[in-house]
Design a protein around this ligand. Structure first.
Ligand code: PEP
Ligand code: MG
Length: 754
């Protein structure tokens, strides 16, 4: 093993002494740069610190004009220093002035220096400043000198992060670390939250940077790496991930990194340069992160996250850090995570969570579905937020606009406080409607139900005033579990749901997996068109064991009571018969063994596939009820992928074709006296639910938070008047205006609140 010069070690030893002395911050910085310059035989050593206005200010120098301190400044990206800060990459130049980015600052008198070595001062991969050494002679700085300078930069990063430099920052200015920033992401769940950052994976703050004894630290590192490797092997051999799948792939990558010689060597080098084992992990992690953050290849970025996770694990091993520290959990937590599993979200104390910010995710990710069910504001695709935030930072999450305001200014805070009050007042108004009978202005009785899928949804049944659960998505329980839920677990959930519903009707939909609803533990086959693939009832009929287990669990859970069950994605009515036969078998099986059965069983289907439009009469005769899944029905009718933002809004859901489809359904249902509900997202928007009532729908199911606004609209609606105008417009050959415009005009002219 290469023995590096004693230089860096001596330097770090001196730095340790300087850090331990009771010095004023400016004096400390001055001594540090002097020490670095003398140790590295450089004529110049300077520290630039990044301010919140994006300017790098000279904070200390040895060698340059001392009067330039706190005066010389460069913008991010400007000059060599600005380039280093912007790229988070070092620059090692023997002829600095020949570099295209070189920019001469006359106040510093640096024109006489030719060689230049600058490194970013990094924290969690993010630049807080720049540390530079310069020499008159044209020389190439050696690799170990670069290492030493980077190591030293860590000490400065710590000084900046702990707020040491506040005292010497000009009044009215702030350092970048405390800068308020707004990050634009996507709105995944509506709502506003004011609170404080909780990093889902807390950054471990390494305060003990400089080592006393290299061998001890190398030994500690070796032991920690050993335990880390064992723990990964352990996880890999566990039964539930021993099979193929995403989890396994991630762990395999971890294992690969954990044995990566380059990584280990870089950390050992940092220890030899004088760092403690944990500081070495942090340094290499920060360097790697800074490097990888600039890459755009999603595959590599994904690997970066794996690598980052691994480094965090190693840090935990070394520091004995055990995690949550729940005693300090704020009561207004806004959780920041790169990505997160739904079960992890459920581990947090729900009443304390005001919001969730994700760097990744999709509207349909499980954690987002769960957060939405819990009524938590969510912003996703918020690039880089985790590195920008520190635990405990003040933050506002705006789930309506998809924005995150980190360390917001006072005026923004008060603007949002107003907004929150306004929302609360509206909520109050909706709550006042909770017990009002849902009769339209012309006396039509409407049934407003809510969609659900997990136990966390149930309290909303009372809070929202919903009449029942019109769609219970049973697959959610499967999606948030790490292994296939056993029969007893399924039964337990269903029993609990029925108990909490206290007699209100609950419509359970049998497993709707496949498509975008992937179960990590269920072997899924690559499909070119998953939305049109092996999913929902198709999969259930091909794996009857799965469906029968679920049916049995439902029958047992509802024993003595009422059970409503429906099948997703039916394409041909023949499929209903097949499923009904399976149900029959379960009923027989249970009665044979003396189990109680539901007092009343209603069997329905979801209408989501356009082919059913030409089987409407048979369909209505064969089932006890129908529920229109407008999300899928629209996707298949218009041939637009509901998850693809490029096309999903291309056609209007309130356009003539789709409204005519919906009208045909409700007319067929009326002909056969078959109850029909609509449970897609459109039911939860006042304007589109108004259209549904005009078409003839009298029962809808939506997310619980939408019930208030829809009810407020409905109470003021003269359905008869709307219906005749809407139907006439739908029948017109040359329509006089788009239906959406007509609906808005009708609402406005008739005082219907939207
Ligand atoms: C639908 O398709 O409209 C529906 C309610 O089901 P999901 O959104 O679960 O596919
Ligand atoms: Mg659907």
């Amino acid at each position: 093993m290469r023995d590096l010069s004693a230089g860096p070690r001596v330097l770090l030893k001196r730095l340790r002494e300087i850090m331990a002395e009771p010095l004023e911050p400016q004096e400390r910085l001055d001594r540090i740069v002097r020490q670095i310059a003398s140790n590295m035989v450089a004529e110049v050593c300077s520290v630039y610190v990044l301010r919140s206005d994006g300017v790098l200010e000279l904070y200390a120098t040895e060698g340059l004009n001392p009067d330039a301190v706190h005066l010389a400044q460069l913008k991010m990206g400007q000059g060599l220093v600005g380039t280093i800060a912007a790229s988070a990459q070092p620059l090692n130049l023997s002829d600095a002035q020949a570099h295209p980015a070189f920019r001469y600052l006359p106040e510093t008198g640096e024109e006489v220096y030719n060689s230049f070595l600058g490194v970013p001062i990094l924290r969690a991969g993010r630049s807080l400043g720049v540390l530079v050494v310069q020499n008159k002679a044209q020389r190439n700085y050696r690799e170990d000198e670069l290492e030493a300078l980077e190591t030293t930069a860590m000490v400065l990063a710590e000084m900046i992060a702990t707020g040491d430099l506040k005292k010497i920052t000009r009044p009215g200015l702030e350092l970048d670390l405390t800068r308020s920033v707004t990050i634009d992401g996507d709105s995944y769940s509506e709502g506003i939250g004011l609170g404080h950052v909780v990093l889902h994976e807390p950054r471990i703050v390494v305060t003990n940077l400089l080592n006393e004894d290299t061998d001890t630290e190398i030994q500690r590192m070796a032991e920690a790496l050993g335990s880390l490797r064992i723990s990964i092997d352990d996880m890999l051999s566990r039964r539930e991930i021993a099979m193929e799948g995403e989890h396994r792939e991630v762990l395999e990558t971890y294992r690969m990194f954990a044995h990566d010689q380059g990584w280990v060597r870089r950390m050992e080098e940092a220890i030899r340069n004088g760092l403690t084992a944990e500081a070495a992990v942090e340094k290499v992690q920060s360097d790697t992160k800074a490097r990888m953050m600039r890459l755009t290849d999603p595959y590599i970025r994904e690997r970066m996250h794996d690598f980052d996770d691994l480094a965090n694990r190693l840090l935990r091993q070394l520091t004995g850090f055990s995690g949550s520290g729940s005693e300090s959990f704020p009561n207004d937590a806004i959780i920041f995570a790169r990505a997160m599993g739904a079960a992890e979200l459920l581990d947090y104390p729900r009443q304390n969570i005001r919001g969730l910010v994700l760097e990744e995710g999709a509207v349909t990710s499980h954690v987002v579905i769960v957060a939405r069910a819990m009524g938590i504001a969510v912003v996703g695709q918020a690039a880089g937020v985790v590195a920008l935030a520190e635990n405990g930072d003040a933050v506002i999450i705006d789930g309506d606009d998809g924005q995150v305001h980190l360390r917001p200014m006072a005026d923004l805070v008060s603007a949002y406080e107003e907004k929150v009050k306004l929302r609360a007042r509206r909520q109050e108004q909706f709550r006042a409607l909770r017990d009002v009978e849902p009769l339209s202005k012309d006396g039509q009785r409407i049934k407003l139900q809510m969609n659900a899928g997990l136990m966390v949804d149930l309290p909303q049944l009372v809070e929202s005033g919903a009449e029942g659960i019109g769609l219970f998505r049973t697959e959610l329980q499967f999606m948030i579990a790490s292994t296939m839920p056993k029969a007893e677990e399924q039964e337990g959930l269903y029993r609990n749901v029925l108990k909490q519903a206290k007699g209100a009707p609950v419509t359970f939909r049998t497993l709707d997996i496949g498509g975008d609803k992937v179960l990590p533990y269920f072997r899924n086959h690559e499909e070119e068109n998953p939305a049109l693939g092996w999913r929902a009832i198709r999969l259930s009929l091909d794996r009857p064991g799965l469906l029968r287990t679920q049916m049995r669990a439902l029958l047992k859970a509802a024993s003595g009571g009422e059970l409503k069950m429906m099948l997703p994605m039916i394409t041909e009515v023949a499929e209903i018969r097949l499923a009904r036969e399976l149900l029959q078998k379960e009923v027989q099986h249970l009665s044979k063994f003396g189990h109680g059965l539901p007092r009343r069983l209603q069997f329905g289907v979801m209408l989501e596939v356009p082919a059913l439009m030409w089987q409407l009469d048979e369909l209505m005769q064969q089932v006890d009820f129908v529920s229109v899944g407008s999300n899928d029905l629209f996707q298949f009718s218009m041939a637009v992928d509901r998850g693809n933002a490029r096309v999903s809004d291309r056609f209007d859901i309130l356009g003539r074709p789709f409204l005519r489809i919906l009208r045909d359904i409700v007319r067929a249902a009326d002909r056969h006296d078959t109850p029909v509900t609509l449970c897609g997202e459109m039911a939860g928007k006042p304007l589109s639910s108004m259209a549904l009532f005009g078409l003839g729908y009298r029962s809808v199911s939506m997310s619980p938070t939408a019930i208030g606004p829809v009810k407020a609209m409905m109470l003021q609606l003269d359905i008869g008047a709307l219906s005749s105008q809407l139907n006439a417009l739908l029948d017109e050959v040359n329509p006089s205006e788009p239906i959406r415009d007509f609906l808005k005009r009708f609402a406005e002219e008739n005082g219907v609140p939207l």
